[in-house]
Ligand binder design. Structure first.
Ligand SMILES: [Zn+2]
Length: 603
Protein backbone atom coordinates (compact mmCIF):
# COMPACT_ATOMS: atom_id res chain seq x y z
CA UNK A 1 0.00 0.00 0.00
CA UNK A 2 2.98 2.29 0.31
CA UNK A 3 2.71 3.81 -3.10
CA UNK A 4 -0.95 4.58 -2.62
CA UNK A 5 -1.83 7.97 -3.93
CA UNK A 6 1.43 9.55 -3.04
CA UNK A 7 4.05 9.57 -5.67
CA UNK A 8 2.57 7.57 -8.53
CA UNK A 9 2.08 10.31 -11.07
CA UNK A 10 5.31 12.00 -10.26
CA UNK A 11 7.48 8.92 -10.49
CA UNK A 12 5.85 8.00 -13.70
CA UNK A 13 6.14 11.39 -15.27
CA UNK A 14 9.74 11.73 -14.14
CA UNK A 15 10.58 8.32 -15.53
CA UNK A 16 8.81 9.10 -18.75
CA UNK A 17 10.45 12.47 -19.02
CA UNK A 18 13.88 10.88 -18.73
CA UNK A 19 13.17 8.07 -21.15
CA UNK A 20 11.40 10.28 -23.58
CA UNK A 21 14.16 12.74 -24.13
CA UNK A 22 15.42 10.29 -26.73
CA UNK A 23 12.15 9.45 -28.33
CA UNK A 24 10.19 12.65 -28.62
CA UNK A 25 9.87 12.32 -32.32
CA UNK A 26 7.55 9.36 -31.76
CA UNK A 27 5.36 11.13 -29.26
CA UNK A 28 4.59 14.42 -30.92
CA UNK A 29 0.97 15.35 -31.44
CA UNK A 30 -0.53 15.49 -34.91
CA UNK A 31 -0.73 19.13 -35.73
CA UNK A 32 -4.08 20.59 -36.51
CA UNK A 33 -4.57 24.25 -37.15
CA UNK A 34 -7.50 26.59 -36.76
CA UNK A 35 -9.46 24.06 -34.75
CA UNK A 36 -10.17 24.80 -31.11
CA UNK A 37 -10.67 21.34 -29.62
CA UNK A 38 -11.39 22.75 -26.19
CA UNK A 39 -14.00 25.31 -27.30
CA UNK A 40 -16.93 23.22 -26.09
CA UNK A 41 -17.69 22.10 -22.58
CA UNK A 42 -19.65 18.86 -22.27
CA UNK A 43 -22.33 20.01 -19.84
CA UNK A 44 -24.47 16.86 -19.85
CA UNK A 45 -24.02 13.22 -20.80
CA UNK A 46 -27.12 11.04 -20.97
CA UNK A 47 -25.90 7.62 -22.03
CA UNK A 48 -26.86 3.98 -22.03
CA UNK A 49 -23.72 1.91 -21.83
CA UNK A 50 -23.65 -1.85 -22.38
CA UNK A 51 -20.68 -4.01 -21.55
CA UNK A 52 -20.23 -7.59 -22.72
CA UNK A 53 -17.19 -8.96 -20.87
CA UNK A 54 -17.00 -12.21 -22.84
CA UNK A 55 -16.34 -10.20 -25.99
CA UNK A 56 -14.41 -7.35 -24.27
CA UNK A 57 -17.16 -5.24 -25.81
CA UNK A 58 -18.57 -1.83 -24.93
CA UNK A 59 -21.29 0.02 -26.74
CA UNK A 60 -22.90 3.29 -25.85
CA UNK A 61 -25.64 5.48 -27.21
CA UNK A 62 -27.40 8.59 -26.01
CA UNK A 63 -27.21 12.33 -26.00
CA UNK A 64 -24.58 14.85 -25.07
CA UNK A 65 -25.00 18.57 -24.61
CA UNK A 66 -22.13 20.86 -25.55
CA UNK A 67 -21.78 24.52 -24.61
CA UNK A 68 -19.52 26.85 -26.53
CA UNK A 69 -17.27 28.36 -23.87
CA UNK A 70 -14.94 30.04 -26.33
CA UNK A 71 -15.18 33.64 -27.46
CA UNK A 72 -15.86 32.69 -31.10
CA UNK A 73 -18.85 31.08 -32.82
CA UNK A 74 -18.01 27.40 -33.44
CA UNK A 75 -18.96 25.40 -36.50
CA UNK A 76 -17.06 22.22 -35.63
CA UNK A 77 -17.30 20.17 -32.44
CA UNK A 78 -14.57 17.69 -31.52
CA UNK A 79 -15.56 14.36 -29.97
CA UNK A 80 -12.85 11.92 -28.91
CA UNK A 81 -13.13 8.31 -27.75
CA UNK A 82 -10.49 5.66 -27.21
CA UNK A 83 -8.87 4.45 -30.42
CA UNK A 84 -10.18 0.92 -29.80
CA UNK A 85 -13.74 2.25 -30.12
CA UNK A 86 -15.47 3.35 -33.32
CA UNK A 87 -18.10 5.94 -34.01
CA UNK A 88 -21.36 4.40 -35.26
CA UNK A 89 -23.70 7.32 -35.50
CA UNK A 90 -23.60 11.09 -35.01
CA UNK A 91 -26.82 13.09 -35.33
CA UNK A 92 -28.25 16.45 -34.40
CA UNK A 93 -31.99 17.10 -34.22
CA UNK A 94 -32.62 13.59 -35.54
CA UNK A 95 -30.59 14.18 -38.71
CA UNK A 96 -27.17 12.75 -39.45
CA UNK A 97 -24.42 15.35 -39.30
CA UNK A 98 -21.38 15.65 -41.49
CA UNK A 99 -18.27 14.46 -39.75
CA UNK A 100 -14.69 13.57 -40.34
CA UNK A 101 -13.27 10.79 -38.21
CA UNK A 102 -9.57 10.39 -37.77
CA UNK A 103 -6.97 8.92 -35.49
CA UNK A 104 -5.54 11.53 -33.12
CA UNK A 105 -2.37 10.80 -31.15
CA UNK A 106 -2.69 11.72 -27.49
CA UNK A 107 -1.54 10.20 -24.22
CA UNK A 108 -4.77 10.96 -22.37
CA UNK A 109 -5.88 7.46 -23.45
CA UNK A 110 -4.09 4.20 -22.61
CA UNK A 111 -3.82 3.32 -26.30
CA UNK A 112 -1.98 6.59 -26.91
CA UNK A 113 -4.52 7.48 -29.54
CA UNK A 114 -8.11 8.61 -29.91
CA UNK A 115 -10.88 8.03 -32.45
CA UNK A 116 -11.69 11.63 -33.12
CA UNK A 117 -14.84 12.85 -34.84
CA UNK A 118 -14.83 16.41 -36.14
CA UNK A 119 -18.52 17.13 -36.35
CA UNK A 120 -19.78 19.90 -38.60
CA UNK A 121 -22.73 21.37 -36.74
CA UNK A 122 -25.97 22.25 -38.56
CA UNK A 123 -25.31 25.89 -37.78
CA UNK A 124 -22.58 27.79 -35.96
CA UNK A 125 -23.00 27.80 -32.19
CA UNK A 126 -22.56 31.25 -30.66
CA UNK A 127 -20.48 31.73 -27.51
CA UNK A 128 -22.48 30.62 -24.46
CA UNK A 129 -24.99 28.67 -26.59
CA UNK A 130 -25.47 24.90 -26.47
CA UNK A 131 -26.01 22.14 -28.98
CA UNK A 132 -27.29 18.61 -28.40
CA UNK A 133 -25.88 15.66 -30.31
CA UNK A 134 -27.15 12.10 -30.50
CA UNK A 135 -24.25 9.69 -30.52
CA UNK A 136 -23.50 5.99 -30.71
CA UNK A 137 -20.17 4.21 -30.60
CA UNK A 138 -18.84 0.73 -29.84
CA UNK A 139 -15.73 -1.39 -29.74
CA UNK A 140 -13.47 -3.40 -27.52
CA UNK A 141 -11.44 -2.22 -24.52
CA UNK A 142 -8.49 -4.60 -24.24
CA UNK A 143 -5.55 -4.09 -21.90
CA UNK A 144 -3.24 -1.64 -23.63
CA UNK A 145 -0.26 0.35 -22.44
CA UNK A 146 0.97 1.63 -25.78
CA UNK A 147 1.34 5.16 -24.46
CA UNK A 148 3.77 4.00 -21.81
CA UNK A 149 5.56 1.32 -23.80
CA UNK A 150 6.36 3.60 -26.71
CA UNK A 151 8.25 5.96 -24.48
CA UNK A 152 10.24 3.13 -22.99
CA UNK A 153 8.47 2.29 -19.73
CA UNK A 154 9.26 -1.31 -18.69
CA UNK A 155 6.40 -3.75 -19.25
CA UNK A 156 5.89 -4.23 -15.53
CA UNK A 157 5.60 -0.50 -14.87
CA UNK A 158 3.22 -0.12 -17.80
CA UNK A 159 1.01 -2.98 -16.64
CA UNK A 160 0.92 -1.73 -13.06
CA UNK A 161 -0.30 1.68 -14.17
CA UNK A 162 -2.46 0.97 -17.21
CA UNK A 163 -4.54 -1.93 -15.90
CA UNK A 164 -7.80 -0.91 -17.52
CA UNK A 165 -9.61 -3.50 -19.62
CA UNK A 166 -12.87 -5.25 -20.26
CA UNK A 167 -11.96 -8.86 -19.68
CA UNK A 168 -13.93 -12.06 -19.57
CA UNK A 169 -13.34 -12.75 -15.90
CA UNK A 170 -12.72 -9.24 -14.63
CA UNK A 171 -13.33 -5.75 -15.90
CA UNK A 172 -12.16 -2.41 -14.60
CA UNK A 173 -12.02 0.75 -16.68
CA UNK A 174 -11.27 4.29 -15.55
CA UNK A 175 -12.32 7.42 -17.40
CA UNK A 176 -10.51 10.62 -18.29
CA UNK A 177 -6.75 10.21 -18.32
CA UNK A 178 -6.92 6.42 -18.74
CA UNK A 179 -9.62 5.31 -21.18
CA UNK A 180 -11.82 7.68 -23.16
CA UNK A 181 -14.88 5.39 -22.87
CA UNK A 182 -17.17 8.42 -22.92
CA UNK A 183 -16.53 11.28 -25.35
CA UNK A 184 -14.11 14.03 -24.38
CA UNK A 185 -12.26 16.76 -26.28
CA UNK A 186 -8.72 17.73 -25.37
CA UNK A 187 -5.79 19.12 -27.27
CA UNK A 188 -3.21 16.38 -27.84
CA UNK A 189 -0.92 15.79 -24.88
CA UNK A 190 2.21 13.70 -24.63
CA UNK A 191 3.98 12.17 -21.65
CA UNK A 192 7.21 13.24 -23.28
CA UNK A 193 6.34 16.88 -22.74
CA UNK A 194 6.67 17.55 -19.04
CA UNK A 195 3.29 17.77 -17.39
CA UNK A 196 1.32 18.23 -20.60
CA UNK A 197 -0.99 15.28 -19.92
CA UNK A 198 -1.69 16.30 -16.34
CA UNK A 199 -2.11 19.95 -17.33
CA UNK A 200 -4.58 18.95 -20.05
CA UNK A 201 -6.57 16.88 -17.58
CA UNK A 202 -6.55 19.72 -15.06
CA UNK A 203 -7.93 22.09 -17.71
CA UNK A 204 -10.63 19.57 -18.54
CA UNK A 205 -11.54 19.12 -14.88
CA UNK A 206 -11.76 22.86 -14.31
CA UNK A 207 -14.04 23.33 -17.33
CA UNK A 208 -16.24 20.40 -16.34
CA UNK A 209 -16.45 21.08 -12.62
CA UNK A 210 -20.24 21.39 -12.83
CA UNK A 211 -20.94 19.00 -15.70
CA UNK A 212 -23.22 16.07 -15.10
CA UNK A 213 -23.55 12.55 -16.44
CA UNK A 214 -26.47 10.15 -16.22
CA UNK A 215 -25.75 6.61 -17.22
CA UNK A 216 -27.76 3.46 -17.46
CA UNK A 217 -24.98 0.98 -17.18
CA UNK A 218 -25.76 -2.57 -18.32
CA UNK A 219 -23.77 -5.73 -18.07
CA UNK A 220 -24.85 -8.28 -20.64
CA UNK A 221 -25.44 -11.74 -19.26
CA UNK A 222 -24.50 -13.89 -22.24
CA UNK A 223 -25.71 -17.17 -20.87
CA UNK A 224 -24.84 -16.46 -17.25
CA UNK A 225 -27.31 -17.68 -14.68
CA UNK A 226 -27.42 -17.80 -10.92
CA UNK A 227 -25.27 -15.22 -9.25
CA UNK A 228 -25.34 -12.27 -11.65
CA UNK A 229 -22.10 -10.29 -11.59
CA UNK A 230 -23.09 -6.69 -11.17
CA UNK A 231 -21.40 -3.58 -12.47
CA UNK A 232 -20.04 -1.15 -9.88
CA UNK A 233 -19.43 2.50 -10.65
CA UNK A 234 -18.00 5.41 -8.72
CA UNK A 235 -21.15 7.52 -9.06
CA UNK A 236 -24.36 7.91 -7.14
CA UNK A 237 -26.65 4.95 -7.76
CA UNK A 238 -30.24 5.85 -8.57
CA UNK A 239 -33.38 3.72 -8.56
CA UNK A 240 -33.96 2.13 -11.94
CA UNK A 241 -37.47 3.59 -12.31
CA UNK A 242 -38.83 3.32 -15.83
CA UNK A 243 -35.71 1.64 -17.15
CA UNK A 244 -36.74 -1.78 -15.92
CA UNK A 245 -38.33 -3.74 -18.73
CA UNK A 246 -39.21 -6.69 -16.53
CA UNK A 247 -37.69 -7.47 -13.20
CA UNK A 248 -36.13 -4.43 -11.59
CA UNK A 249 -32.67 -3.84 -12.90
CA UNK A 250 -32.96 -6.37 -15.70
CA UNK A 251 -33.41 -5.37 -19.24
CA UNK A 252 -33.98 -7.48 -22.32
CA UNK A 253 -33.12 -5.84 -25.59
CA UNK A 254 -32.58 -7.50 -28.91
CA UNK A 255 -32.62 -10.81 -27.03
CA UNK A 256 -29.52 -9.83 -25.11
CA UNK A 257 -30.52 -9.80 -21.45
CA UNK A 258 -28.52 -7.61 -19.14
CA UNK A 259 -28.29 -6.46 -15.55
CA UNK A 260 -28.58 -2.69 -15.49
CA UNK A 261 -27.99 -0.03 -12.94
CA UNK A 262 -28.53 3.69 -13.16
CA UNK A 263 -25.86 6.12 -12.02
CA UNK A 264 -25.53 9.85 -11.76
CA UNK A 265 -22.29 11.81 -11.67
CA UNK A 266 -22.97 15.29 -10.38
CA UNK A 267 -19.62 16.99 -10.85
CA UNK A 268 -17.42 15.56 -13.57
CA UNK A 269 -14.61 17.91 -12.68
CA UNK A 270 -14.08 15.88 -9.53
CA UNK A 271 -15.09 12.38 -10.50
CA UNK A 272 -14.10 10.68 -13.73
CA UNK A 273 -16.67 7.89 -14.23
CA UNK A 274 -15.09 4.46 -13.82
CA UNK A 275 -16.60 0.99 -13.74
CA UNK A 276 -15.76 -2.50 -12.65
CA UNK A 277 -17.53 -5.76 -13.39
CA UNK A 278 -16.64 -8.82 -11.42
CA UNK A 279 -18.15 -11.53 -9.31
CA UNK A 280 -18.42 -9.08 -6.44
CA UNK A 281 -19.76 -9.70 -2.98
CA UNK A 282 -20.47 -6.69 -0.82
CA UNK A 283 -19.41 -6.15 2.77
CA UNK A 284 -21.44 -3.28 4.23
CA UNK A 285 -20.13 -1.92 7.48
CA UNK A 286 -21.05 1.78 7.64
CA UNK A 287 -19.35 4.09 7.00
CA UNK A 288 -17.55 1.74 4.62
CA UNK A 289 -18.65 -0.59 1.85
CA UNK A 290 -16.24 -3.10 0.32
CA UNK A 291 -16.96 -4.85 -2.98
CA UNK A 292 -14.67 -7.86 -2.95
CA UNK A 293 -13.94 -10.77 -5.24
CA UNK A 294 -14.37 -14.48 -4.41
CA UNK A 295 -12.07 -15.71 -1.67
CA UNK A 296 -11.27 -12.24 -0.42
CA UNK A 297 -13.74 -12.01 2.42
CA UNK A 298 -11.06 -11.91 5.12
CA UNK A 299 -9.10 -9.17 3.37
CA UNK A 300 -12.29 -7.17 2.88
CA UNK A 301 -13.02 -7.52 6.58
CA UNK A 302 -9.52 -6.23 7.41
CA UNK A 303 -10.09 -3.14 5.31
CA UNK A 304 -13.49 -2.47 6.86
CA UNK A 305 -12.07 -3.02 10.34
CA UNK A 306 -9.41 -0.36 9.81
CA UNK A 307 -12.00 2.38 9.43
CA UNK A 308 -13.48 2.75 12.95
CA UNK A 309 -10.07 3.63 14.43
CA UNK A 310 -9.73 6.42 11.91
CA UNK A 311 -13.16 7.93 11.88
CA UNK A 312 -12.77 10.07 15.05
CA UNK A 313 -9.45 11.46 13.78
CA UNK A 314 -10.93 12.40 10.42
CA UNK A 315 -14.11 13.92 11.86
CA UNK A 316 -12.12 15.88 14.49
CA UNK A 317 -10.14 17.53 11.76
CA UNK A 318 -12.53 17.74 8.84
CA UNK A 319 -16.06 17.45 10.21
CA UNK A 320 -18.63 14.68 9.86
CA UNK A 321 -18.52 12.23 6.97
CA UNK A 322 -20.70 13.36 4.08
CA UNK A 323 -20.67 10.05 2.29
CA UNK A 324 -19.57 6.46 2.71
CA UNK A 325 -16.14 5.21 1.81
CA UNK A 326 -16.51 2.75 -1.04
CA UNK A 327 -13.71 0.26 -1.73
CA UNK A 328 -13.80 -1.71 -4.98
CA UNK A 329 -11.36 -4.57 -5.34
CA UNK A 330 -9.05 -4.86 -8.35
CA UNK A 331 -8.14 -8.39 -9.37
CA UNK A 332 -4.40 -7.86 -9.91
CA UNK A 333 -2.35 -7.52 -6.77
CA UNK A 334 0.27 -5.36 -8.49
CA UNK A 335 -2.25 -2.81 -9.83
CA UNK A 336 -1.72 0.73 -8.61
CA UNK A 337 -4.71 1.83 -6.53
CA UNK A 338 -6.91 4.49 -8.08
CA UNK A 339 -8.89 7.00 -6.10
CA UNK A 340 -11.93 8.87 -7.20
CA UNK A 341 -13.17 10.98 -4.32
CA UNK A 342 -14.34 8.61 -1.60
CA UNK A 343 -14.25 5.64 -3.97
CA UNK A 344 -11.07 3.60 -3.95
CA UNK A 345 -10.26 0.95 -6.56
CA UNK A 346 -7.53 -1.17 -5.03
CA UNK A 347 -6.20 -4.71 -4.81
CA UNK A 348 -7.02 -6.10 -1.38
CA UNK A 349 -3.66 -7.36 -0.22
CA UNK A 350 -2.78 -8.60 3.19
CA UNK A 351 -1.55 -5.62 5.11
CA UNK A 352 -1.12 -4.73 8.73
CA UNK A 353 -3.74 -2.66 10.45
CA UNK A 354 -1.39 0.33 10.73
CA UNK A 355 -0.62 0.34 7.01
CA UNK A 356 -4.30 0.06 6.17
CA UNK A 357 -5.19 2.93 8.48
CA UNK A 358 -2.49 5.07 6.93
CA UNK A 359 -3.80 4.31 3.44
CA UNK A 360 -7.50 4.59 4.20
CA UNK A 361 -7.15 7.88 6.10
CA UNK A 362 -6.78 9.41 2.66
CA UNK A 363 -10.04 8.18 1.16
CA UNK A 364 -11.94 8.66 4.40
CA UNK A 365 -10.92 12.31 4.36
CA UNK A 366 -12.37 12.61 0.87
CA UNK A 367 -15.61 11.27 2.38
CA UNK A 368 -15.66 14.15 4.89
CA UNK A 369 -14.08 17.07 3.10
CA UNK A 370 -14.34 18.52 -0.42
CA UNK A 371 -12.59 21.33 -2.15
CA UNK A 372 -12.70 22.49 -5.76
CA UNK A 373 -8.98 23.25 -5.38
CA UNK A 374 -6.76 20.28 -6.06
CA UNK A 375 -4.10 21.33 -3.55
CA UNK A 376 -6.65 21.68 -0.75
CA UNK A 377 -8.61 18.54 -1.65
CA UNK A 378 -5.56 16.30 -2.01
CA UNK A 379 -3.35 18.15 0.46
CA UNK A 380 -5.91 17.63 3.21
CA UNK A 381 -6.16 13.90 2.40
CA UNK A 382 -2.37 13.45 2.49
CA UNK A 383 -2.16 15.53 5.67
CA UNK A 384 -4.71 13.14 7.18
CA UNK A 385 -2.40 10.22 6.32
CA UNK A 386 0.41 11.91 8.24
CA UNK A 387 -2.02 12.49 11.13
CA UNK A 388 -2.91 8.78 11.08
CA UNK A 389 0.77 7.89 11.32
CA UNK A 390 1.12 10.37 14.18
CA UNK A 391 -1.84 8.78 15.96
CA UNK A 392 -0.10 5.40 15.71
CA UNK A 393 3.50 6.32 16.38
CA UNK A 394 3.80 9.92 17.47
CA UNK A 395 5.01 13.13 15.86
CA UNK A 396 8.47 11.84 14.93
CA UNK A 397 6.93 8.91 13.03
CA UNK A 398 4.67 11.30 11.12
CA UNK A 399 7.58 13.55 10.23
CA UNK A 400 9.58 10.53 9.07
CA UNK A 401 6.59 9.47 6.95
CA UNK A 402 6.45 12.90 5.31
CA UNK A 403 10.23 12.90 5.00
CA UNK A 404 10.05 9.84 2.72
CA UNK A 405 8.22 12.03 0.22
CA UNK A 406 10.51 15.03 0.60
CA UNK A 407 13.21 14.03 -1.94
CA UNK A 408 10.64 14.00 -4.78
CA UNK A 409 9.56 17.50 -3.76
CA UNK A 410 13.14 18.76 -3.60
CA UNK A 411 13.73 17.31 -7.05
CA UNK A 412 10.55 18.86 -8.43
CA UNK A 413 11.41 22.27 -7.00
CA UNK A 414 14.85 22.01 -8.58
CA UNK A 415 13.45 21.07 -12.01
CA UNK A 416 13.55 23.80 -14.59
CA UNK A 417 10.21 25.54 -15.05
CA UNK A 418 7.91 24.55 -17.89
CA UNK A 419 9.38 26.10 -21.04
CA UNK A 420 7.65 29.28 -22.05
CA UNK A 421 6.20 29.87 -25.49
CA UNK A 422 8.71 31.33 -27.95
CA UNK A 423 9.15 35.05 -27.47
CA UNK A 424 7.85 35.12 -23.90
CA UNK A 425 9.64 35.01 -20.58
CA UNK A 426 9.10 31.92 -18.44
CA UNK A 427 7.19 32.70 -15.28
CA UNK A 428 9.33 30.92 -12.74
CA UNK A 429 7.31 31.98 -9.73
CA UNK A 430 3.70 31.27 -10.68
CA UNK A 431 3.95 28.16 -12.87
CA UNK A 432 3.98 25.67 -10.01
CA UNK A 433 2.21 27.67 -7.35
CA UNK A 434 -0.07 25.40 -5.35
CA UNK A 435 -3.13 27.23 -6.62
CA UNK A 436 -2.27 26.46 -10.24
CA UNK A 437 -0.12 23.34 -10.25
CA UNK A 438 -1.35 20.15 -11.89
CA UNK A 439 1.83 18.33 -10.84
CA UNK A 440 1.04 15.65 -8.28
CA UNK A 441 4.16 16.22 -6.24
CA UNK A 442 3.04 19.80 -5.64
CA UNK A 443 -0.68 19.35 -5.01
CA UNK A 444 -0.05 16.21 -2.95
CA UNK A 445 3.34 16.34 -1.20
CA UNK A 446 3.92 20.08 -0.96
CA UNK A 447 0.29 20.65 -0.02
CA UNK A 448 0.55 18.04 2.74
CA UNK A 449 3.53 19.91 4.23
CA UNK A 450 1.64 23.21 3.93
CA UNK A 451 -1.22 21.82 6.04
CA UNK A 452 1.25 20.44 8.56
CA UNK A 453 3.05 23.81 8.82
CA UNK A 454 -0.28 25.63 9.19
CA UNK A 455 -1.11 23.29 12.03
CA UNK A 456 2.20 24.10 13.74
CA UNK A 457 1.61 27.83 13.15
CA UNK A 458 -1.97 27.91 14.44
CA UNK A 459 -2.31 24.98 16.80
CA UNK A 460 -4.54 21.94 16.23
CA UNK A 461 -7.78 23.37 17.59
CA UNK A 462 -7.58 26.54 15.51
CA UNK A 463 -6.82 24.73 12.24
CA UNK A 464 -9.55 22.19 12.97
CA UNK A 465 -12.06 25.01 13.40
CA UNK A 466 -10.88 26.64 10.18
CA UNK A 467 -11.22 23.36 8.25
CA UNK A 468 -14.68 22.70 9.68
CA UNK A 469 -15.75 26.20 8.59
CA UNK A 470 -14.50 25.52 5.08
CA UNK A 471 -17.28 25.26 2.47
CA UNK A 472 -16.35 24.14 -1.04
CA UNK A 473 -19.11 26.29 -2.51
CA UNK A 474 -17.71 29.41 -0.83
CA UNK A 475 -14.14 28.86 -2.06
CA UNK A 476 -14.28 31.38 -4.86
CA UNK A 477 -11.03 33.27 -4.22
CA UNK A 478 -7.54 31.86 -3.67
CA UNK A 479 -7.35 33.62 -0.27
CA UNK A 480 -10.48 31.93 1.14
CA UNK A 481 -8.58 29.37 3.23
CA UNK A 482 -6.15 32.04 4.42
CA UNK A 483 -9.09 34.14 5.63
CA UNK A 484 -10.62 31.18 7.49
CA UNK A 485 -7.28 30.33 9.09
CA UNK A 486 -6.56 33.92 10.14
CA UNK A 487 -10.00 34.17 11.74
CA UNK A 488 -9.00 31.32 14.07
CA UNK A 489 -5.42 32.44 14.70
CA UNK A 490 -4.41 33.85 18.06
CA UNK A 491 -4.68 37.63 17.88
CA UNK A 492 -5.75 37.20 14.25
CA UNK A 493 -2.13 37.04 13.23
CA UNK A 494 -1.56 37.56 9.54
CA UNK A 495 -0.66 34.57 7.44
CA UNK A 496 -0.14 36.57 4.27
CA UNK A 497 3.61 35.93 4.21
CA UNK A 498 3.06 32.18 4.59
CA UNK A 499 0.42 31.84 1.87
CA UNK A 500 2.43 34.10 -0.40
CA UNK A 501 5.61 32.04 -0.07
CA UNK A 502 3.98 28.60 -0.13
CA UNK A 503 0.62 28.79 -1.89
CA UNK A 504 0.15 31.78 -4.19
CA UNK A 505 3.69 31.66 -5.54
CA UNK A 506 6.24 28.94 -6.08
CA UNK A 507 9.26 30.28 -4.28
CA UNK A 508 10.97 26.94 -3.91
CA UNK A 509 11.89 25.57 -0.49
CA UNK A 510 13.77 27.07 2.43
CA UNK A 511 17.33 26.03 3.22
CA UNK A 512 18.22 26.67 6.84
CA UNK A 513 21.72 26.83 8.21
CA UNK A 514 23.09 27.68 11.61
CA UNK A 515 24.81 31.05 11.09
CA UNK A 516 26.02 31.64 14.66
CA UNK A 517 25.76 30.07 18.13
CA UNK A 518 26.86 31.25 21.48
CA UNK A 519 26.07 30.22 25.01
CA UNK A 520 26.82 31.63 28.41
CA UNK A 521 26.10 30.52 31.97
CA UNK A 522 22.89 31.93 33.39
CA UNK A 523 21.24 31.93 36.79
CA UNK A 524 21.00 28.74 38.82
CA UNK A 525 23.49 26.77 36.75
CA UNK A 526 21.46 26.93 33.56
CA UNK A 527 22.73 28.21 30.21
CA UNK A 528 21.43 30.76 27.77
CA UNK A 529 21.93 29.80 24.14
CA UNK A 530 21.52 32.24 21.26
CA UNK A 531 21.17 30.66 17.83
CA UNK A 532 21.08 32.67 14.62
CA UNK A 533 19.44 30.74 11.79
CA UNK A 534 19.86 31.83 8.22
CA UNK A 535 17.44 30.88 5.45
CA UNK A 536 19.23 30.58 2.10
CA UNK A 537 16.02 29.64 0.27
CA UNK A 538 13.17 31.60 -1.27
CA UNK A 539 10.35 30.59 1.08
CA UNK A 540 10.09 31.69 4.69
CA UNK A 541 8.93 29.44 7.48
CA UNK A 542 8.41 29.22 11.19
CA UNK A 543 10.80 26.52 12.25
CA UNK A 544 11.87 24.79 15.46
CA UNK A 545 15.37 25.48 16.80
CA UNK A 546 16.86 23.02 19.30
CA UNK A 547 19.63 23.13 21.87
CA UNK A 548 20.83 19.75 23.18
CA UNK A 549 22.77 18.75 26.23
CA UNK A 550 23.86 15.37 27.45
CA UNK A 551 20.49 14.60 29.06
CA UNK A 552 17.91 16.49 27.10
CA UNK A 553 16.92 19.24 24.73
CA UNK A 554 14.91 22.45 24.61
CA UNK A 555 13.35 24.11 21.59
CA UNK A 556 11.81 27.32 20.39
CA UNK A 557 9.99 28.24 17.21
CA UNK A 558 11.42 31.06 15.14
CA UNK A 559 10.19 32.75 12.00
CA UNK A 560 13.00 32.81 9.47
CA UNK A 561 12.03 34.81 6.38
CA UNK A 562 13.25 33.95 2.90
CA UNK A 563 16.90 34.96 2.46
CA UNK A 564 16.81 36.37 5.98
CA UNK A 565 17.71 35.46 9.51
CA UNK A 566 15.94 34.58 12.72
CA UNK A 567 17.30 34.39 16.23
CA UNK A 568 16.30 31.84 18.89
CA UNK A 569 17.09 32.48 22.55
CA UNK A 570 16.89 29.32 24.57
CA UNK A 571 17.52 28.43 28.17
CA UNK A 572 18.76 24.93 28.95
CA UNK A 573 19.33 23.45 32.44
CA UNK A 574 22.77 22.02 31.70
CA UNK A 575 25.69 22.80 29.47
CA UNK A 576 24.59 22.62 25.78
CA UNK A 577 26.77 20.79 23.30
CA UNK A 578 24.81 21.03 20.03
CA UNK A 579 22.18 23.15 18.34
CA UNK A 580 20.05 22.33 15.32
CA UNK A 581 17.21 23.72 13.24
CA UNK A 582 14.12 22.02 11.80
CA UNK A 583 12.69 18.74 13.10
CA UNK A 584 11.77 17.88 9.52
CA UNK A 585 8.27 19.33 9.59
CA UNK A 586 9.35 22.14 7.25
CA UNK A 587 10.42 20.71 3.88
CA UNK A 588 13.78 22.20 2.94
CA UNK A 589 16.19 21.60 0.13
CA UNK A 590 19.31 20.74 2.16
CA UNK A 591 19.27 19.06 5.55
CA UNK A 592 23.05 18.64 5.75
CA UNK A 593 23.75 22.10 7.21
CA UNK A 594 21.18 22.07 10.00
CA UNK A 595 23.25 21.51 13.11
CA UNK A 596 26.36 22.90 14.74
CA UNK A 597 28.35 22.24 17.89
CA UNK A 598 28.16 24.80 20.69
CA UNK A 599 31.61 26.43 21.00
CA UNK A 600 33.38 26.01 24.36
CA UNK A 601 33.88 29.72 24.79
CA UNK A 602 31.79 32.63 23.58
CA UNK A 603 33.17 33.91 20.28
ZN1 LIG B 1 -7.05 11.87 -2.92
Amino acid sequence: MKSLLTTGNRQLSTLLRVVCGLLCVLCGPISSHALDREAFTFTLYDLEVRVAPARQWLEAKGRITLRNDSAEPQRVATLQISSSLDWISLRAGGQPVQSLTQSYTSDVDHTGSLSEALVTLPQPVAPGQTVELEIAYAGIIPADSTRLRRIGAPASVAARNDWDQIGESFTAVRGLGYVAWYPVALTAASFSDGNEVFDGMARWQARHAKSEARMDFCRELEGLTGNLPRPVLNGEELPMGDLAGGAVGRKAEEERPAVCRRYRFAALGFVAPAFAVGNYQTLRQPPVEVDYLPGQQAAAADYAAAVPGLEPLVTDWFGPLRRELHIIELDKLEAEPYESGAVLFTPLGTAERKALEMALAHSLTHAAFDSPRLWIDEGAAHFAQALAVEQQGGRAAAIAYMGNQRPALVEAEASPPVPAAPGTTPDTTASQSLISSADAVFYRTKAMYVFWMLRDLLGDAALQRALKNYRAADDKAPAYLQTLAEAQAVARKSLEWFFDDWVYRDRGLPDFRIAAVYSRPALGGSFGVTVTVENLGGAGAEVAVFARSEHGQVSERVLVPARGKGVARLTIPEKPNEVSVNDGSVPESDLANNSAPVPEKPE
